[in-house]
Design a binder for this molecule. Structure first.
Ligand SMILES: NC(=O)c1ccc[n+]([C@@H]2O[C@H](COP(=O)([O-])OP(=O)(O)OC[C@H]3O[C@@H](n4cnc5c(N)ncnc54)[C@H](O)[C@@H]3O)[C@@H](O)[C@H]2O)c1
Length: 451
């Protein structure tokens, strides 16, 4: 369901940092300092081409659930988990099963892998149409060391039969580490507690797991964290904006609320998550939101590539959703999602404000740039982070955790747990609900006769 914030065009970028000619030494190694719990020293985020394969010759069995874009890549963007697993594990990777009801699609992606130099990881991969079928037919040497869940969120994250992948995995493969794609679910809001229950079970069972909010692993994001930690800052506000290029979104399901759960839950979720990563826990009762809808004059889009008349009016998505909320710390959060741009490139920005500081992250998907204003200087410093690959970092850190190779207490940690991702899901649902409520109130107000 995911669509692309990426463009194949990469603007030419200057490397490193700059400030009108002078260097900002944001990436200098620090010997000691305040606790980095929940964050990673940006210097410890190793590029994929610089990674060293973990030693040993033992096979590392992985099961992939879903044979779609996130697992095997698509022209829309740089996601492709199989590619990162191949680079991290090298010849040790053995994909023992690929589970997808679309058998033909699964067989076809496997064939491509077997025709390439990574054949050894896939030559014995068996395709199954369901987890049940895999469980029933699994041989002992197919037993996974990790399971990667990249099926659509409507089929997981709950305790409903057929949509309870995590629970089934915990039952049949207790303790086996999981990687789970975002968002953790897209069912009705009434099922939210079921997702939190899964989070509790994962936590209590001590299952290593990671949710795919990869933007947390960006070097630019960790640089922002480092500035906040080193200067003992308290975040006062987060201001996030996510503008997609709608002309490039050709999946009818994306435009259909009952299928995608809408653009905040499916797409804006990455920026709601980043906002929470900096602002902390959200007081959900404070979430307010407004939307510009498809049937309002300003919501008319001239370059839509799907035929919206095929979608029921109540199921059509808003063009703009704008929300504000209070964090439990007292800080204020805001987020605007826009379905407004044409062409290919998205425009996404996150600002984090603290006493004396403005940290502005721009273009995090394509080529992240960080603008820093700090005390003692009215000019912004600029840091650029070309060639960063947060998709690799999240996979690499998960595998290091599973292998438990790092003695270093400061070794990079998994940054997104299922419980944390549930809270992001909760925030995105609260934004959707608040915007629908304010729309309803406006409609009711308009239809109430004036005294
Ligand atoms: N982090 C990111 O930037 C990013 C990027 C792309 C996708 N995603 C996420 O990855 C997930 C999958 O998206 P996608 O783009 O790969 O979708 P996709 O439609 O390309 O592929 C999904 C695949 O899952 C299969 N499937 C359906 N039901 C299944 C089930 N019950 N068990 C196993 N497989 C099943 C489908 O047949 C399909 O082949 C979504 O949650 C999406 O949001 C995240």
């Amino acid at each position: 369901m995911s669509t692309s914030p990426f463009s194949s065009r990469r603007p030419s970028e200057r490397r490193g940092s700059e400030r009108r000619g002078s260097e900002l030494h944001g990436l200098e190694r620090r010997d000691s300092g305040p606790s980095r719990r929940g964050s990673i020293d940006p210097l410890k985020l190793i590029r994929m081409d610089k990674t060293i394969h973990i030693g040993g010759h033992n096979d590392f069995n992985v099961v992939f659930i879903g044979a779609g874009n996130i697992m095997f890549g698509s022209p829309e963007g740089p996601w492709n988990h199989s590619f990162r697993f191949e680079h991290k594990l090298g010849p040790r990777l053995k994909v023992t099963a690929l589970i997808d009801p679309a058998i033909e699609r699964a067989t076809s992606v496997l064939q491509k892998k077997c025709d390439s130099f990574v054949r050894s990881a896939y030559e014995d991969t068996r395709v199954y149409k369901s987890l049940d079928e895999f469980v029933k037919n699994m041989t002992p040497n197919q037993r996974p060391r990790a399971i990667v869940i990249g099926s659509p969120p409507m089929f997981r994250g709950t305790s409903q039969s057929g949509r309870d992948t995590e629970r089934q995995i915990m039952k049949h493969f207790p303790g086996v580490p999981l990687f789970i794609e975002k968002p953790i679910a897209t069912g009705p809001e009434s099922e939210m507690q079921e997702s939190f229950e899964i989070a509790k079970q994962l936590k209590e069972s001590g299952t290593i797991h990671s949710v795919g909010y990869m933007l947390r692993y960006l070097k630019a994001v960790q640089q922002m964290k480092q500035i906040i930690i080193d200067n003992n800052l308290t975040v006062m506000a987060t201001i996030a904006r996510y503008a997609c290029a709608y002309e490039a979104i050709a999946k009818p399901d994306w435009w259909t609320k009952s299928k995608s759960a809408g653009p905040i839950i499916e797409q804006g979720t990455h920026f709601c998550d980043l906002s929470r990563y900096f602002g902390g826990e959200v007081d959900i009762s404070t979430v307010n939101a407004h939307s510009l809808e498809w049937d309002e004059a300003a919501g008319n889009l001239s370059k839509m590539v799907v035929d919206e008349s095929q979608i029921e009016p109540h199921d059509r998505i808003p063009r703009v959703t704008s929300a504000t909320w209070k964090y439990e710390s007292g800080a204020v959060g805001s987020f605007t999602h826009l379905v407004a741009l044409q062409g290919q490139n998205y425009a996404c920005e996150l600002e984090v404000w603290a006493d004396g500081y403005q940290l502005k992250l721009v273009n995090p998907y394509v080529s992240p740039v960080l603008y820093i204003r700090q005390p003692g200087d009215d000019d912004e410093h600029v840091m650029r982070f070309p060639d960063d690959d947060p998709f690799f970092s999240e996979v690499s850190i998960l595998i290091d955790q599973i292998e438990d190779i790092e003695d270093d207490p400061d070794a990079p940690q998994i940054l997104s747990s299922f419980e944390d991702a549930c809270k992001t899901y909760e925030l995105t649902w609260a934004i959707r609900r608040a915007s629908e409520l304010s729309r309803l109130k406006k409609k009711e107000g308009a239809s109430t006769p004036q005294a």
